[in-house]
Design a protein around this ligand. Structure first.
Ligand code: GLC
Length: 572
């Protein structure tokens, strides 16, 4: 299936034509400074009007992605799933959920993306299966101590008849992390009860995942995003530590029973041998919520090769924080052969246009519970800052991960009615946390229509009426739109991309400014007063400037500087 025919008229509007690129090519380093666009498939584009986005919907928008200028797509889980956790509860790792399409549709998507020179990274969820996976069904049918149970983490309960959980651990979505199965045994689920944890000490589990990696690699997948990469290796010897001991962080650097254990890297060394069977080698990026100094182990060349760096995602609007996070991560990446990554938004966090609209330090859980009204967001400020930090990050060495809709400047939908919430967090926390649905609302493509061009019918999460003003079609008509800014920045980035280093340019304590080796310079004003625009050819700005010489607060500019003059200003 080819893309353009399925576009609602006007969706591609006046975006510049894509570069003519024939296939993604064989460059084994393609990922190092790639822009990777995350698609949450159920909320991207719905081709059949059932309210749920699907693979043909994505294929129908390949031209959009191509004109936007991304290098790769990361596809969140599209596998058969009962959606206990938005698809991160996988029933079958080598199939497509029928609601989202078929394997043929998947092949069409690979063909469409590759034809446009865009690579495809798929999510792989190895920490847990769903409770509908055939292995788990078999485990429930089988006796304690059986090989079927050994694929998961079963333990005898405590108490006289095993009626108490083996430990007091809490799941990450709230509630106990153990579920009884009625014969004195309990199984571990770090997430929802529908997500039983796998036992990675089991040889069959390990071998089967290698098959899954080959299955998708053989179908042309270019890489994998590894879910909960830090959680697979477990050591649950009795007595297990208490939840309090886990919370207080006494068990750091490899001593925690399931978080960031050293043995986890043996698993990824095995995976690397599979990645290297392909030409170019398949890539991987770890989702590892571990301290910065432990992250590089996931990104090692004999392991997954790259790891998400969430440090900027957690940073406030503060030049000093940005400076130190960038410096630390570049320093950490330098001795490894990985490149670092930059992320502001994904399907798990409040969208960054909303985060930057709130005072630093706002408790986002409470803010969502208050329907996004307390504290009141300054939407315009949030938008300006979100555009500024994205432009900053796109000038950095390393790869940048974008989340669908951020190119439209979409804010969080903070007031979703509780009846519509799908995230297990809402129920598991007994209404104390609304969860992540507000960043997963289907994209608006057109200004009108039953779901703003997402599909022919209503969308699976309700879209607010204000989505109309963020629609792709509306932004295409506006040269100052966020979509136009992203498109321009990605085009320039592709043209300017250079060695993975930068030189800091001292421009004051409220400013983050740096220059890449070819004179590509980025400057961001984090302060409250305007500053002069440095010398050089102005390439793009995150917001209009009052005049060509003044960079107002909350704005980033890219310039091209020629060596002589600017070198003298350097202060490393
Ligand atoms: C990761 C995913 C998140 C999911 C969790 C459990 O953190 O990003 O969406 O809920 O893993 O699979």
């Amino acid at each position: 299936m080819r893309a353009a025919s399925a576009h609602p008229s006007g969706v591609l509007g006046n975006l510049p034509a894509p570069d003519v690129r024939v296939g993604p090519g064989a460059d084994p380093s393609w990922w190092r400074q790639a822009v990777v666009y995350q698609i949450y498939p159920r909320s991207f584009a719905d081709s059949n009007g059932d309210g749920v986005g699907d693979l043909p919907g994505i294929t129908s928008r390949v031209d959009y992605l191509s004109r936007l200028g991304v290098d790769a797509v990361w596809l969140s889980p599209f596998y058969p799933s009962a959606l206990a956790d938005g698809g991160y509860d996988v029933d079958d790792y080598r199939a497509v959920d029928p609601t989202l399409g078929t394997l043929d549709d998947f092949d069409d998507l690979v063909g469409g993306l590759h034809g446009a020179g865009i690579r495809l990274v798929v999510d792989i969820v190895p920490n847990h299966t769903s409770n509908r996976h055939e292995w788990f069904r078999e485990a429930l049918r089988s006796a304690p101590g059986s090989s079927a149970r050994d694929r998961y983490v079963f333990r005898t309960g405590s108490g006289i008849a095993g009626e108490q959980p083996p430990s007091d651990w809490q799941s990450l979505f709230g509630g106990p992390a153990w579920e009884p199965v009625g014969d004195g045994e309990w199984y571990l689920h770090l997430f929802a009860p529908e997500q039983p944890d796998l036992n990675w000490a089991n040889a069959e589990v390990r071998a089967d995942f290698l098959q899954t990696l080959r299955f998708w690699s053989d179908r042309g997948v270019d890489g994998f995003r590894v879910d909960v990469a830090h959680g697979l290796a477990k050591e649950l010897a009795d007595p297990m530590p208490s939840q309090r001991e886990l919370d207080t962080g006494v068990l750091v650097d490899g001593a925690h029973p399931w978080e960031d254990r050293d043995e986890v890297h043996d698993i990824y060394r095995e995976w690397r041998t599979v990645f290297d069977e392909y030409d170019p080698p398949r890539t991987a990026v770890a989702e590892a919520w571990v301290p910065t100094h432990r992250r590089t182990r996931y990104a090692s060349p004999d392991g997954l090769g790259q790891a998400f760096n969430f440090d900027l995602l957690k940073a406030g609007w503060n030049a000093e924080d940005f400076h130190s996070v960038i410096e630390e991560n570049l320093e950490l990446a330098a001795p490894t052969s990985a490149s670092t990554t930059w992320v502001f938004s994904n399907h798990d966090v409040v969208r960054h246009a909303s985060r930057f609209a709130l005072p630093d330090g706002t408790d986002l859980v409470q803010w969502l519970l208050h329907g996004g009204l307390d504290p009141a967001p300054d939407a315009e400020l949030g938008m300006r800052r979100a555009r500024a930090v994205t432009l900053l990050a796109l000038a950095l060495p390393g790869s940048t991960y974008l989340y669908q809709g951020e190119e439209l400047g979409l804010p969080e939908v903070a007031d979703l009615p509780t009846w519509s919430l799908q995230d297990p967090t809402w129920v598991r926390s007994a209404g104390k946390e609304k969860g992540r649905d507000g960043c997963r609302v289907p994209l608006p493509w057109t200004v009108e229509g039953p779901s703003f061009g997402f599909g022919e019918g209503a969308s699976h999460l309700p879209q607010p009426s204000w989505f109309a003003s963020y629609a792709v079609a509306a932004q295409l008509a506006d040269p100052d739109s966020t979509l136009a800014l992203y498109t321009r920045a990605l085009q320039l980035r592709r043209a300017l991309q250079t060695a993975e280093t930068l030189t800091w340019v001292d421009s004051g304590s409220d400013v983050v400014a740096f220059r890449r080796p070819n004179g590509w310079c980025s400057i961001t004003n984090f302060g409250a007063t305007p500053i002069p625009v440095p010398p050089g050819k102005l390439l793009v700005v995150s917001d209009r400037l009052p005049d060509a010489d003044t960079l107002p607060p909350n704005v980033t500019a890219w310039l091209r500087q020629t060596s002589g003059r600017s070198e003298s200003e350097e202060n490393q």
